[in-house]
Design a protein around this ligand. Sequence first.
Ligand SMILES: O=c1[nH]c(=O)c2nc[nH]c2[nH]1
Length: 406
Amino acid sequence: MAASKACSSSAATNFKVFRGTFVHSTQEEALVILEDALLGVDSTGKISFVEKGPELEKVSAKFGFNPSAVTQLSPQEFFMPGLVDTHIHAAQYSFAGTALDLPLLDWLQTYTFPVESRYSDLEFARQVYTHVVKRTLRNGTTTACYFATIHTDASLLLGEIANDFGQRALVGKVCMDRNGLHEHYKEETQESLDETSRCGNTFYIININITHFSRYPLVKPVVTPRFSVSCTSELMLKLAEVARNNNLHIQSHISENMDEVRLVQELFPESESYTDVYRKHNLLTSKTIMAHGCYLSDEELQIFHQTGSSLAHCPNSNLSLCSGLLDVRKVLSHKVKLGLGTDVAGGYSPSMLDAVRRTRDTSKALKIQDPVHQTLTWEETFRLATLGGSQGIPPQPKPSFRAFWS
Ligand SMILES: O=c1[nH]c(=O)c2nc[nH]c2[nH]1
């Protein structure tokens, strides 16, 4: 969307400075447009200052850069924050745009699990993962929260590829120890735990002083129980322990489709709700991202608020699989963190701009059902696709200095 042609080459300091229009969001204002602004980026890639363009002389003296080395955007260009895809199945990119004629549970069994089972083949994995990372970057997704498959080596490969192409990513090796529904696509409980640890350990290099650093600096592992339909209680409890002991994000699915909600009630009759299942298994933390949530009650949303867990709204997938319509206003009224996700390949488009459009479409469909519903504005959906997503996936914290993957 916003690209600069000119490039400063002889800056006197380490700052790279741009002048032009900048568009972003804050908590207070959904869309802020800064015209003729100066933006300085330091040598680590972090924004150091935003100042007024007409004050170039004063600002260059203050920060010590050469004013003639500033990159000037053209009047048609502008900068905006990177888009954050809070939920995308990298492995399903191979069939994106096809196979959308079945409801969720049949869709998983008929199309999804057979394709995901192919990722023991690393050459196939390399091809698809390279395509999905390049495509999402081209569409402006600078951060993505990926589901891979149950295969550790292919999941690690996805991390390597995202890092090499310069995309920040959370990468989850998928865990599922029941209802795999496919002969070649299932794990034993202990195997799932061991492979989750192997995946996490390989993402990090631990040196003899027990400090550790990331093998792929832009990438972090995320603990990924697929959903409670495909995980036993034992697996979920132990994965929660892994996440807690290592301060990791958790991702899963919740309340996407009514048949799925009913099945979870049957599988966990002692739980009050779908949300209660995850709460009882310690999987709802301030670093948890749950996809969908179409049928969450007020009580369940309160639990999300209390635990600080966030939701990934996946409108393309919700419509394509006829799963449901998430009422974003209701979620926000409970002060639950919410970002947008493409949910490839339940969603047919890998573009976050499409997720923005479908978020508006869903909101309008809700208004057709109930004229009192207040449609989301473009400005609000822009904020959800950028700042909203970054709340669930904050910038990489400095690594903590302790042993890893206990
Ligand atoms: O949209 C979805 N895609 C998936 O792969 C999946 N697995 C469980 N629930 C799911 N929902």
